[in-house]
Design a binder for this molecule. Structure first.
Ligand code: ADP
Ligand code: ZN
Length: 595
């Protein structure tokens, strides 16, 4: 909850309390006022049933059950008459004038205070939920970002070329009566450059760029999100042709996103409806292209994807090796690189990195080099930056006992020997016992190329390599440390996917066993799509797969215990070693060809 939202709530509650108090305090004045003489008349005719006397004020009911109010200059004689007639008399102390002043001014005071608060927070534009432009940024006409700044996703760029020429010259497109595309949905994992791409479209076409994030609506009152959507479109229409960018559209347009709070759901629905209404309501001649981004396209309300709305979809995946090289080149432009740095090799060593990761890598390398007072960024800086991004900062000062270091050395040696000896695995890249982030050491392998499918052999060997660390500890020290728990988790994760997703079990056969998390009752209703017996069979399969891998790791490492001692010794001495050091110790033919 933001600060302003909370302040606003407090003021709302106080105002409501004040209004209620005011109404209670003045409730007696509600009956119609009658003249004093007509009151005396009723009294004479014995038409009064009951009265409340407070100071000089008389509030009462006649025998016809009509309420009345009047003011008497002198109460004492009236009381006598009322008494004589047997009228029920209630008395109350007279209202003090300050009390009545207070009760009549308090609510107005509160409302005024509230208004002042909002006027203030709007002027400062500091994100009060009522300030109109929060999240709506319309930078100056010329956004500097162009397609030159976006690298490594050529297909996406091609698909968006058309939108750019549309924004530049919409008449050319409608000449033959065609309908203009209105909405483009960019889908892809975070950091792949969706926002960057949207900005580049605006930059290329030279049109204004309005941006808002779906998550801005999440903490709002019902109605505010919707009115903000209307405001956004009003601004955009005034500035057409232009681009509206809606980041994280799943926050508003998810058909079951965050069903946890009823209020939030309401707000979402209203905001979504406003968005749909606005998208459907464009006049011809208003060229506003709406670009939305999401990394969860599966959760989007189908209403958003109908023709005339977000009917163009562009998928952006993390870049392949060539794409990574291109992105690195974009960011290396502004960095002084040492001559021996080959961006191609860095691209090869960073599988799975997104554009944002690569930008971060270049930036971190430059910072590290600067800290070391170097004149250029060299391979060492890049390698260090990469480890920092992937594993956390090196913890040089961390106190590690001699024994711990020794265990870590054998643990990593175990991984390394398995990786070196097993066929159809990724080549070794680096082995270190310098602690970093949560890890005491690590053994890195880097694939020869970007692979999108894996053989069963490759996967089981991955498991064996992961178990190699723990197995080595067991062979040498006859115990294992908690350091191996991460390896176990990863190994179990692979085994589970092999069995449940990829149909690689001999017994269960080629069938996917997945949880149904698309349940229409919300995310809590995850439902298994198989029986309890099948669940047990799956468990058994996963266990035996891991057990088999563990046995094999044990056989391989026990048979090569000499390598284990040698490698651990070198690691303790050098702390970080490369594949060439391992080759010196283990001369066996390396077999890294994939099958
Ligand atoms: P997304 O919106 O998909 O989460 P962003 O567009 O916010 O990703 O990317 C974050 C940053 O990463 C960008 O500002 C840019 O510096 C960098 N980046 C991401 N993808 C690319 C790319 N394809 N080319 C160049 N830079 C990229
Ligand atoms: Zn390990």
């Amino acid at each position: 909850m933001t600060k302003y939202f909370r302040n606003f709530l407090i003021i709302m509650v106080l105002t409501i309390v004040a209004v209620v108090v005011y109404n209670i305090a003045t409730i007696e004045s509600k009956p119609p006022t009658i003249s004093y003489s007509s009151f005396l008349n009723s009294l004479k005719n014995k038409e009064i049933k009951s009265v409340l006397i407070r100071g000089g004020e008389i509030v009462g009911q006649d025998i016809y059950d009509q309420s009345f109010y009047t003011f008497s200059p002198e109460i004492a004689p009236i009381i006598n008459k009322l008494e004589a007639q047997g009228v029920t008399i209630t008395t109350a102390p007279g209202k003090s004038s300050s009390g009545s002043l207070f009760s009549s001014f308090l609510p107005w005071f509160m409302i005024l205070a509230g208004l002042i608060f909002f006027v203030f927070s709007q002027q400062k534009g500091d994100g009060s939920p009522f300030s109109k432009d929060k999240g709506i940024i319309a930078p100056a006409k010329a956004l500097k970002i162009t397609f030159k700044d976006v690298a490594g996703i050529p297909e996406a760029k091609d698909e968006l070329e058309e939108i750019i020429s549309l924004l530049r010259d919409s008449k050319k497109f409608t000449r033959l009566g065609g309908r203009l595309p209105k909405g483009v949905l960019l889908q892809g994992p975070p950091g792949t450059g969706k926002t960057l791409l949207a900005k580049a479209i605006a930059g290329e076409a030279g049109v204004p760029f309005f941006s808002i994030s779906g998550s801005d609506f999440v903490e709002m009152f019902v109605g505010v999100g919707a009115s903000r959507v209307r405001e956004l479109f009003k601004q955009a229409k005034k500035n057409a042709p232009c681009i509206i960018f809606i980041d994280e559209i799943d926050a508003v347009g998810g058909h079951r996103a965050g069903a946890s709070s009823a209020g939030g759901q309401d707000e979402r629905q209203q905001t979504l409806n406003a968005l749909l209404v606005e998208m459907d309501g464009f006049q011809s001649g208003e060229t506003v292209v709406i670009v939305a981004a999401t990394n969860r396209p599966d959760t989007l309300d189908p209403a958003l994807l109908r023709p005339g709305r977000f009917d163009r979809m562009v998928t952006i995946l993390p870049p392949d090796i060539k794409g990574r090289q291109e992105i690195l080149e974009v960011y290396a432009r502004n960095i002084t690189m040492a001559e021996n740095v080959q961006l191609k090799n860095i691209a090869g060593a960073t599988p799975g990195f997104t554009g944002a990761d690569l930008a971060n890598l270049m930036n971190e390398s430059a910072l590290l080099a600067a800290r070391m007072k170097k004149n250029a960024v060299d391979l060492e800086d890049i390698e260090n930056a990469k480890d920092k991004i992937m594993m956390g900062t090196e913890r040089k000062g961390m106190v590690i006992s001699k024994e711990e270091r020794r265990i870590t050395a054998y643990h990593e040696a175990g991984h390394a020997i398995m990786a070196r000896l097993l066929p159809n695995t990724d080549p070794l890249h680096k082995i270190t016992i310098i602690p970093r982030g949560q890890a005491l050491g690590m053994t890195q392998q880097i694939p020869l190329d970007d692979r999108h499918s894996y053989s069963k052999e490759y996967l089981t060997n991955r498991i064996k390599i992961m178990l190699g660390g723990r197995t080595a500890e067991e062979i040498i020290f006859n115990q294992f440390t908690t350091g191996a728990s991460n390896d176990l988790q990863s190994a179990t994760a692979i085994a589970t996917r092999m069995i449940c997703q990829w149909g690689m079990s001999d017994h269960l056969g080629p069938r996917a066993y997945t949880k149904d998390d698309e349940g229409f009752l919300g995310s809590n209703s995850e439902k298994l799509l198989y029986s309890d017996e099948t669940a047990m069979a799956i468990d058994k399969e996963i266990n035996s797969l891991i057990e088999d891998c563990y046995q094999e790791a044990m056989i391989i490492l026990e048979g090569r215990i000499g390598y284990l001692h040698k490698l651990a010794e070198v690691l303790l001495e050098k702390e970080t070693i490369g594949p060439e050091d391992v080759d010196k110790i283990i001369p066996d033919n390396p077999s890294h060809e994939y099958s």
